[in-house]
Design a protein around this ligand. Sequence first.
Ligand SMILES: CC(C)(COP(=O)(O)OP(=O)(O)OC[C@H]1O[C@@H](n2cnc3c(N)ncnc32)[C@H](O)[C@@H]1O)[C@@H](O)C(=O)NCCC(=O)NCCS
Ligand SMILES: Nc1ncnc2c1ncn2[C@@H]1O[C@H](COP(=O)(O)OP(=O)(O)OP(=O)(O)O)[C@@H](O)[C@H]1O
Length: 196
Amino acid sequence: MMVIGITGGIGSGKSDVLEYLHDQYGATIVKADEVAKKLQKKGTDQFQQIVELFGADVLDGRGALDRKKLSQIVFSNNDKLLKLNQIMHPGVKTEVKRMIEKEEKKGTNFFFIEAALLLEDHYEEICEEIWYIYVEDDIRMQRLKYARGYSSEKAMSIMKNQESKDAFFKNCDRVIDNNSTFLETTEQVDDIMKTL
Ligand SMILES: CC(C)(COP(=O)(O)OP(=O)(O)OC[C@H]1O[C@@H](n2cnc3c(N)ncnc32)[C@H](O)[C@@H]1O)[C@@H](O)C(=O)NCCC(=O)NCCS
Ligand SMILES: Nc1ncnc2c1ncn2[C@@H]1O[C@H](COP(=O)(O)OP(=O)(O)OP(=O)(O)O)[C@@H](O)[C@H]1O
């Protein structure tokens, strides 16, 4: 089984590329954001630690994590973001490794793990290759505004907590340019898949 990482900044189209790999190539796909969300459910170790650190202010009326509130706090305070990362990232990686083992036993051909933070969290340790989905900041901002209703300020506050384009170019094994149409992107993906 080949384990491949898909990375890039927020709004670069990682989820769309992942979906294409699943639909077109039957790949097993995992999003680190989704793994993190499961680990933040009420009652988990991570949930307890988040409440201890951030207080009951980050809970909603039902006592579950209010992600919007937590998002506002951590993306405007780097120290708090680092602390949240320390709570979340080890558990996410352990869970991803467990999924990889499970898929290996099932005889899966391709396993793709997607996250904006693969480089910071050293996923090269578990991935044979890391692919960078490259889109310029202004285009990402436009797409996030249209698709998720993000303001430029919100998009920018997240972007500045992620790797720079230069770091992605330098450290990733392949670059997929998703600045233009998605059809052009899938052609690049197909060309790579032919070589694997
Ligand atoms: C801050 C939180 C509560 C915001 O939740 P929300 O539902 O509003 O957004 P969502 O999880 O879909 O994330 C949106 C995007 O923000 C970016 N992002 C998320 N976490 C981080 C982070 N720690 N550092 C930089 N960018 C991040 C990613 O591009 C992500 O796709 C949530 O992202 C979170 O708990 N993050 C910490 C866990 C984490 O680092 N997850 C990423 C993979 S390990
Ligand atoms: N080539 C493209 N042309 C136009 N829109 C695109 C293109 N690629 C992706 N998009 C759109 O841009 C938006 C952001 O893409 P997507 O949600 O896949 O980003 P992401 O990298 O997964 O973000 P995140 O880091 O939050 O997980 C989506 O609405 C997506 O459909």
